[in-house]
Design a protein around this ligand. Sequence first.
Ligand code: TYM
Length: 328
Amino acid sequence: MQKPILLSGVAPSGVMHIGNYLGAISQWVAMQETHSVSVMIADLHAITVPQEPAALRENTLRMARLLIACGINPEQSILFVQSHVPAHAELAWILNTMTPLGELERMTQFKDKRDRQSDTYAGLFNYPVLMAADILLYQTDAVPVGEDQKQHIELARSLAKRFNNRFGETFKIPEGIILKDTGRIMGLDDPIKKMSKSAASANNYIALLDEPDEIRRKIKIAVTDSGADVAYDEEQKPAISNLLRIFSAFSGSPVADIENRYRGKTYSTFKDDLAECVIEKLTPLRARYRELSADKESVLAILRAGAARARASAEKTLRTAQEKIGFL
Ligand code: TYM
């Protein structure tokens, strides 16, 4: 029987943090056994805000290495760069012609990003339509993402339905998969906002490539809540609750067990142990990343092979959509 299809993506910024990892990437890695997995490095999305060309190229390669280091297995899964598969831009154009402006105006990520730019371009506004194309091209069943992508997945679903209603069954309706505990990891320096690579300070996040001392330092200075108990309470103790969720995800122990372990102990003991736990998980990953850095050619070969496999299925769906809408 054919495995369900999973597609997800990550923008090639210079940083991948533990929010990306716990919310999204670790899900993709775990689902490789049960799903047919495609992981896309979204460079077309990256250029919706200005990019330095040399940095974009380097960050794309870096992201590929990081994904492999995280456990995406290129022998089993398809790892590719979005711009290597022209069907994404082509289907996005078609979908743009059926996307009501009002739906894009409501997108909270657009509003956030627009507020951080001095100039806003049409590409940033149309970003969610391209994302819908990414998903729909592969007849995707499952799209594991962090919570910040929820609205975008909803748009992909509604565009698929709209197209199917008007032109007949063409696209599968995808399901977003968002984890309850790790779908929204909060910033270490501000537990009211999500952890973000575009945060003003690098103390907001732990990057997967941060060195152990850097991880210790960032966790030590992470914001805590008033009171002294290591207790889970999202309303009263958002900072400690966030750290507890991170600890639980990296250690595999339920939050309640960790609360028990630190009953009567200080925030500082809790943080020291959390730092060691994160370091233990990230150290092998950093080592694999370093090995891959020594061999640029083999990573490029993986991306080339991934693009060829992705193109084959993407073009099939694009062709069907083009026929349905009446292209000669
Ligand atoms: P990006 O690169 O911003 O983030 C990659 C993934 O990490 C998740 N994430 C988080 N999860 C939990 N807590 C956080 N603080 C946190 N921050 C980020 C994101 O939700 C995402 O799943 N638009 C996408 C890339 C994309 C895509 C797609 C995803 C392009 N096309 C098609 C799915 C399907 C993005 O910029 O993700």
